[in-house]
Design a protein around this ligand. Structure first.
Ligand code: HEC
Ligand code: HEC
Ligand code: HEC
Ligand code: HEC
Ligand code: HEC
Ligand code: HEC
Ligand code: HEC
Ligand code: HEC
Length: 398
């Protein structure tokens, strides 16, 4: 009798541990405030159906353009709103990219097709967009619980469970024990919550069930991302499709590839030390505005640096050599230059947090922050200026 009860209990435990995906709407009942904030973020709106959200399409499609060979009715799904917007047509049970994209910054159309000798997967697919299914190539990072075989999702967009794991058990009987909180994971797994999508990489197994997929198929938060995804490799000294010669990313969606190289990552800082993905009023969902977010941990006299020469001069200006209140005094201006290409000349910020010395620009064509603002000056001018900053090491900074 006792044995039977034990077996039943064990059986129940094993059933109930197989939690399933419920969708973000199920979380709303109890986490209403969090849900309301999250709902407004770009991550909760990357993919939209224009029939449900007619305002999702930014450009005016009634104006003809030689690059645009499709009509509003062809668009099954719309992706993006910040930098670029792309359009997808439903054929059979999958979606395929259309041939033009909208450049939000310049308000113009640009052709869209992933070119040869760029992404690793291109050589395994025919050249036409109409033969490049988004289930394998895109939507693993724009949805929650995409099944590559059935082509179904629990929901479009980065839903709660994409970062918290399947929530059915937790919804039925809320407890800390049956939902993942990334803040309670070790820092590698915690950062992998974001790196699963914010990186350029390849699955270790290619193809998988006959499919070349460009996302970490099978990964869920808490698992070891390394078993499902390998970050794009790089050789120092080579400028490639993804990297500058010093290993800094020059393509978009590489915050993860960059961040794992940084001293902050090694010291346990996480993406969510700076970003609150549930939504804030600051740019990029930062926990504090861009000009002050770093001071949370790098205030005057912080052991984390920056290290000014004496106690008296340990102010931000002593380190930046630019007047307070000017852009040259913002930490991000020098430590997160906009050098990763989103689209054409529109760039996003580097996440290695490394200062790229002007000499690196001269030697290896890695853009440095000084000459980004002082565009009329040479790299030698910038190196000379740095030589006068006595709190800097000439061996590193010039
Ligand atoms: C029926 C109410 C209810 C629903 C529905 C619900 N939660 Fe919770 N959630 C709670 C309560 C209560 C706690 C606090 C539990 C505790 O402290 O023991 C909690 C805690 C959490 C935590 C923090 C866990 C920790 O370790 O600190 C996360 C994350 C979370 N919920 C996510 C979700 C997600 C994602 C969903 C939807 C899939 C969801 N919740 C649906 C009630 C709910
Ligand atoms: C892109 C990833 C991501 C998404 C999407 C996300 N979360 Fe979180 N969530 C996190 C991370 C990281 C933490 C830990 C750091 C923190 O507290 O901000 C967290 C913490 C929490 C916590 C515990 C801390 C607290 O504020 O009480 C709750 C509850 C929670 N999330 C609920 C939700 C709900 C509900 C949704 C959907 C409406 C959601 N999350 C969507 C990543 C995410
Ligand atoms: C490995 C995950 C991943 C894959 C695969 C992926 N994306 Fe993304 N995508 C992201 C992330 C993360 C961002 C935002 C960060 C960034 O761009 O730096 C993004 C941004 C975008 C944006 C810009 C959104 C905006 O508001 O401007 C578009 C459009 C987009 N992706 C379309 C695609 C298409 C089309 C494909 C397939 C050919 C694809 N993505 C494949 C993760 C992915
Ligand atoms: C399922 C894939 C996925 C996961 C997981 C994910 N992201 Fe994203 N993220 C995206 C995509 C796609 C976009 C582009 C959204 C858009 O442009 O509409 C994006 C955009 C962003 C942005 C810029 C847009 C904004 O909100 O201003 C930030 C910041 C961001 N993500 C941070 C994070 C952090 C931090 C985590 C981990 C806690 C995370 N993301 C996890 C896919 C993901
Ligand atoms: C959550 C705390 C935290 C925040 C927020 C933070 N940092 Fe850090 N930072 C650290 C820690 C910890 C270290 C490692 C200190 C050490 O080496 O002992 C560090 C180190 C650094 C370094 C030295 C890196 C190197 O390679 O030597 C730079 C540069 C840096 N941070 C820049 C920034 C910038 C820029 C911001 C804002 C965008 C920022 N930090 C925000 C905690 C933080
Ligand atoms: C005008 C450019 C500039 C600005 C603005 C700037 N830094 Fe730096 N920072 C540098 C240079 C140059 C170095 C030296 C790089 C090296 O040694 O590799 C450096 C080094 C550092 C270091 C590592 C060395 C040390 O002294 O501990 C930290 C930490 C740091 N900066 C944090 C910050 C923070 C936080 C801010 C904003 C308050 C900031 N920096 C603003 C240029 C700048
Ligand atoms: C030390 C703080 C810090 C950490 C850690 C950090 N970020 Fe950021 N992130 C920022 C700042 C600052 C910005 C720029 C905001 C702005 O331009 O106003 C930013 C911007 C972004 C953007 C928007 C694109 C852009 O450059 O404007 C994305 C996406 C993003 N971060 C994702 C991530 C992900 C994913 C991680 C972890 C792999 C991460 N961040 C770690 C501070 C941080
Ligand atoms: C975000 C833009 C920005 C960045 C990045 C930046 N500066 Fe400046 N810098 C300025 C501006 C604007 C002024 C004029 C400041 C004023 O009026 O106080 C200035 C002034 C100067 C001056 C004194 C005036 C002059 O032109 O001779 C020097 C020297 C200088 N910067 C060197 C550097 C060096 C070296 C770096 C890289 C470590 C750097 N700056 C990074 C914007 C920037």
């Amino acid at each position: 009798m006792f044995a039977l009860v034990t077996i039943l209990v064990l059986l129940f435990a094993s059933f109930s541990s197989a939690a399933t995906y419920t969708g973000s709407a199920a979380c709303r009942t109890c986490h209403a405030a969090t849900y309301a904030r999250w709902q407004k973020t770009p991550m909760a709106n990357i993919v939209r159906d224009p029939r449900e959200h007619p305002d999702a399409i930014l450009p005016d499609l009634s104006k003809p353009d030689p690059l645009v060979n499709f009509k509003k009715e062809d668009i099954g799904l719309v992706y993006g709103s910040i930098w670029k917007q792309r359009y997808f047509k439903k054929v059979g049970d999958d979606y395929y990219p259309l041939d033009a994209q909208w450049d939000v910054t310049h308000q113009i159309w640009r052709a869209y097709r992933v070119a040869d000798n760029t992404d690793w997967w291109v050589k395994f697919y025919p050249p036409e967009n109409a033969k490049r299914p988004t289930s394998a190539l895109c939507d693993g990072c724009h949805s929650t619980n995409l099944n590559l075989q059935t082509k179904t999702v629990t929901e479009w967009n980065v839903g709660c469970e994409r970062c918290h794991g399947p929530g059915s058990d937790h919804v039925a009987k809320p407890s800390r024990a049956n939902i993942v909180n990334p803040a309670r994971l070790d820092t590698v797994a915690a950062n992998d919550t974001c790196i699963q999508c914010h990186s350029q990489g390849q699955p270790p197994q290619k193809p998988m069930n006959g499919v070349y997929a460009d996302w970490p198929v099978g990964y869920e938060v808490g698992k070891n991302l390394r078993d499902f995804w390998q970050l794009e490799e790089h050789k120092l000294g080579e400028t490639t499709f993804t990297h500058f010669a010093d290993g800094t990313a020059h393509k978009n969606r590489m915050q993860g590839n960059d961040f794992v190289q940084s001293a902050m990552y090694a010291h346990g800082v996480t993406c969510f030390s700076c970003h609150d993905v549930h939504g804030t009023d600051n740019r990029a969902q930062l926990i504090k505005p861009t000009s002050v977010v770093c001071l949370e941990c790098h205030g005057p006299s912080s052991p984390n640096g920056p290290h000014a020469p004496s106690i008296e001069t340990q102010t931000q200006e002593a380190h930046t050599h630019h007047r307070a209140g000017t852009p040259g005094n913002d930490c991000v201006s020098c430590h997160m230059p906009k050098i990763a290409t989103q689209l054409a000349d529109v760039n996003v910020r580097s996440h290695t947090f490394r200062f790229v010395p002007p000499s690196m620009t001269k030697l290896d064509k890695v853009p440095n922050a000084c000459n980004a603002c002082h565009a009329d000056k040479s790299t030698d001018w910038a190196s000379d200026a740095l030589r006068t900053w006595k709190d800097r090491s000439p061996w590193r900074a010039e």
